[in-house]
Design a protein around this ligand. Structure first.
Ligand code: ADP
Length: 261
């Protein structure tokens, strides 16, 4: 088996879940946007974060990825643990960031680079991987997201759905323990949503560990192992999708679902 086809590293540390968040808190300019957020993500599982706009979902993802530093609480991904209350330094934050890769809403490919270069830049520049190896890996990944023929094109030559699939290939090229998706389909025309969700479903079937912020309730229902409903910076309810989405315990969850379903 070639390197690019190797399964992701999915070993649990001491049989613990891959991701563990305890007591995560964050304020912006004195306004509390996350309070006592706690959850775990078992290796090989898919967690979906739902909730109204402004409830803190993106901030949770960004604190997992150390794009944002929490004010308090711990985040552990695999064997890297950060205690935000201890004002962690750049080095440990960099290690935490290296554990995951984020797929953003849209439009964050480098417009002046080819699709291939967009996928190889991270491994080559950030991880120091030899270019030839990175290119072989990138071509295999592009193939796996159905874009084998697009390597030499530029992002503007692709549809929004194809661009998002390049974004997914780019995240995978970093060989992260954890994939983070921040509303990956919400900027797409409706007819392009399905192709991106199909790639994400494939990844779930392959056993990738994923945390996904999305409003796609059917994806949450059919692909996720766990749904977290957030409101006002707290996790109001979490559980299996069938429970949270069809028979929620909390009135706030019910109200939200009535609006979006
Ligand atoms: P969601 O993803 O659920 O829409 P966010 O995590 O983006 O919510 O935002 C939660 C709250 O934090 C919102 O009120 C938002 O305005 C605020 N917020 C997010 N990022 C910043 C920032 N960099 N500076 C100030 N406020 C922010």
């Amino acid at each position: 088996m070639s390197e690019q086809q190797d399964p992701p590293r999915t070993e649990d540390v001491d049989g613990q879940p891959l991701v563990e968040v305890v007591g995560l808190a964050k304020a912006f300019g004195g306004v509390e946007v996350l309070r006592d957020v706690e959850f775990t993500v078992p290796t090989g599982s898919v967690t979906v974060l739902i909730g109204p706009s402004g409830s803190g979902k993106t901030t949770v993802l960004r604190c997992l990825n150390a794009l944002e530093t929490g004010d308090a609480g711990t985040v552990r991904i695999g064997d890297v643990s950060v205690d935000y209350a201890q004002h962690p330094g750049k080095r440990v934050l960099g290690r935490l960031r290296g554990q995951s890769a984020m797929v953003f809403q849209a439009h964050n490919l480098f417009p002046h680079l080819t699709v291939l270069r967009n996928v190889t830049e991270g491994p080559v520049v950030v991880q120091g991987k030899p270019r030839e190896e990175a290119e072989a890996q990138a071509r295999a990944l592009l193939e796996s997201v159905g874009l084998g023929g697009k390597a030499d094109q530029h992002p503007y030559q692709l549809s929004g759905g194809q661009q998002q699939r390049v974004g997914i290939a780019r995240a995978l090229a970093l060989q992260p323990e954890l994939l983070l998706f921040d509303e990956p389909t919400s900027a797409l025309d409706p007819e392009l949503v399905g192709e991106v969700l199909a790639v994400m479903k494939d990844l779930a079937v392959q056993g990738r560990t994923m945390v996904v912020v999305t409003h796609e309730m059917r994806f949450a229902q059919s692909v996720s192992d766990q749904v977290l409903f957030m409101d006002g910076g707290v996790v109001v309810e979490r559980g299996e999708p069938a429970a949270v989405l069809t028979d929620p315990r909390e009135a706030r969850t019910r109200t939200f679902l009535q609006r979006v379903l």
